[in-house]
Design a protein around this ligand. Structure first.
Ligand SMILES: Nc1ncnc2c1ncn2[C@@H]1O[C@H](COP(=O)(O)OP(=O)(O)O)[C@@H](O)[C@H]1O
Ligand SMILES: [Mg+2]
Length: 253
């Protein structure tokens, strides 16, 4: 485990090619212990692909990724989860026939403390996480009957139950209304206060401004800017590439 402010996750010139398509081109970034790092960019910019490379969901064409100074390239998602990095999926994937609590228990069995937990301890840990994210009243409901806001919370709960040092969030606010977004912001800040370091892909600029210490921008697979949100969101290249009209709309929302 790193110390506050130290680099704990580092991408070095990460490149991903799908046939002739370069989804990521030499993308480098650093994530410091204790911070919330944002990642923005238009649809198809390569954001999810970058997270997939970090989390072991897709192979890395070239470049490397270091977690606490050790390369994690080539490891499988469950191994990376055990090490202390968990993630959410943009397309939420609950186990449909299972209850909310059962879904979260699975996370509790596969994370950084998973191998040390009995099924009963995993269930206890899952109960704590379910109430922490505000899903207590749905804990015995089947995951597939939840509305989108609750499904997104469940996705966060599954990641949290793995007791990670880092969580990679892939658009956990997508599809939420304004008041649901405000509640999700509160939840994310609460997760950070508990000491988890966060890497957040997000489309809603208001969210980026509210939660991120730093943000970087991908455009056609290339990193075009990084820095504090107020600087990046006012950067001319970024506004031209991405924000423009859409930003003005979203900034006011
Ligand atoms: N498994 C895949 N096979 C082929 N192309 C893919 C695959 N996954 C993503 N891509 C392509 O890579 C590019 C980046 O996609 P993605 O990382 O999902 O972007 P974002 O998350 O920023 O919207 C897109 O052109 C997408 O079509
Ligand atoms: Mg995506």
């Amino acid at each position: 485990m790193g110390k506050i402010g130290e680099v704990i996750l580092k991408g070095v010139e990460l490149t991903k090619e799908f046939g002739g398509l370069r989804a990521n081109s030499q993308v480098s970034f650093e994530l410091n212990k204790g911070e919330i790092l944002g990642l923005i960019g238009p649809n198809g910019a390569g954001k999810t692909t970058l997270v997939n490379m970090i989390a072991g969901n897709t192979s890395i064409t070239s470049g490397d990724v270091f977690y606490n100074n050790k390369s994690i390239k080539g490891f499988k998602p469950f191994q990376i989860g055990r090490m202390g990095i968990s993630r959410t999926y943009q397309i939420v994937k609950p186990f449909p026939g299972m209850t909310v609590l059962e879904n979260v228990s699975v996370g509790a069995m596969f994370g950084s403390k998973g191998s040390k937990r009995s099924a009963r301890q995993a269930l206890e840990a899952a109960k704590d996480v379910v109430s922490f994210v505000g899903l207590e009243k749905y804990k015995n409901d089947r995951a597939d009957v939840l509305n989108i806001a609750s499904r997104k919370r469940l996705e966060i709960a599954k990641a949290l139950a793995m007791s990670p040092e880092i969580i990679l969030f892939d658009e956990v606010m997508a599809g939420l209304n304004l008041s649901e977004i405000d509640k999700a912001i509160e939840l994310i800040l609460k997760i950070r206060e508990n000491g988890t370091t966060l890497f957040v892909i997000e489309h809603v600029m208001r969210v980026i401004k509210a939660i991120c210490d730093r943000v970087f921008v991908l455009h056609h697979g290339e990193k075009i800017a990084d820095g504090p949100p107020e600087k990046v969101l006012n950067d001319e290249t970024v506004i031209k590439a991405y924000l423009g009209k859409r930003y003005k709309e979203l900034a006011c929302s």
